[in-house]
Design a protein around this ligand. Structure first.
Ligand code: NAD
Length: 257
């Protein structure tokens, strides 16, 4: 078991990448703290983990709220005695996020509150808990758009993911000598609700697919396996990376016909 005796907190674990990762971490021996704003979805993840024989508990937290983040970490330590892994994964992609001219201030602020401030707050309260445990691993979900610009704009989202990547590098540098590793996970386009709601016609899907050398969307499970590596001691010399799991999208200038 690759995460035997570890305790992992995963935000946005009610759906998509977070849910798949909760299932996988539990299967590999971790006790998992499932965090979400959607109580039904979070409860379903806990039920799925438990049905598979794993250990999990649910904590409701809006990651953009400091008090919620402080509480989720406290609940993790209370339920399982310590915290070894923080997966700051919750994020949104707003349907009205567009280019510089049309994106509203409200959409910009909401995107940054959840995608950037949420990661910072997870670290603000989570890193002291990792210190208490003698070290640990922080994984922050960025995106391939932290590295590439897209012609179909989602400016607030793209900028927010660039911020997550920059923040992760600095956190990695600052905490490296405390046995705390920090990596930014950069998924490519995935077949999850978040992206499929945005690419909601066959034409929009195809427009994105032409850029992916593998010619398909990724599955949340394929990101969960990368998170598992970054969470486990197998990645003990890996910190500060932009860890791409993207079907080759960031490597390609043109793709095969
Ligand atoms: P998803 O929409 O399937 O799941 C996200 C979960 O986060 C949901 O359960 C939602 O309720 C929860 N959430 C939303 N706001 C929250 C908040 N304020 N506090 C706590 N929880 C909140 O999304 P996903 O595709 O699994 O994406 C997860 C992460 O991966 C996000 O950060 C996203 O930006 C990133 N990402 C996704 C893709 C993709 O193609 N799907 C690509 C690159 C990066």
């Amino acid at each position: 078991m690759r995460l035997k005796d570890k305790v992992a907190l995963i935000t946005g674990a009610g759906n998509g990448i977070g849910r798949e990762t909760a299932m996988l971490f539990a299967q590999e021996g971790a006790a998992v703290v499932v965090v979400d704003v959607n109580d039904d979805a979070g409860g379903q993840t806990v039920a799925a983990v438990e049905a598979a024989g794993g250990r999990a508990s649910y904590v409701r937290a809006d990651v953009s709220k400091a008090a919620d983040c402080e509480n989720m970490v406290a609940q993790a330590e209370k339920a399982f005695g310590k915290l070894n892994v923080i997966f700051n994964n919750a994020g949104i992609s707003h349907k009205d996020d567009d280019d510089a001219i049309t994106t509203s201030e409200e959409v910009w602020d909401l995107t940054f509150d959840i995608n950037v401030k949420g990661v910072w707050l997870g670290c603000k309260y989570g890193i002291p808990a990792l210190r208490r445990a003698g070290g640990g691993s922080v994984i922050n979900t960025a995106s391939f758009v932290a590295l590439l610009g897209a012609a179909t704009p989602q400016l607030a989202y793209t900028a927010s993911k660039g911020a997550v990547l920059a923040m992760s590098r600095e956190l990695a540098t600052v905490h490296a000598r405390e046995n705390i590793r920090v990596n930014a996970l950069c998924p490519g386009p995935l077949h999850t609700e978040l992206l499929m709601k945005y690419l909601n016609t066959p034409e929009k899907k195809q427009r994105r697919l032409v850029h992916i050398p593998m010619g398909r969307f990724g599955q949340a499970k394929e990101i969960a396996y990368a998170a598992l590596y970054l969470a486990s001691d197998e990645s003990s010399f890996v910190t500060g990376t932009a860890f791409s799991v993207d079907g080759g999208i960031t490597a390609a200038y043109t793709t095969p016909e």
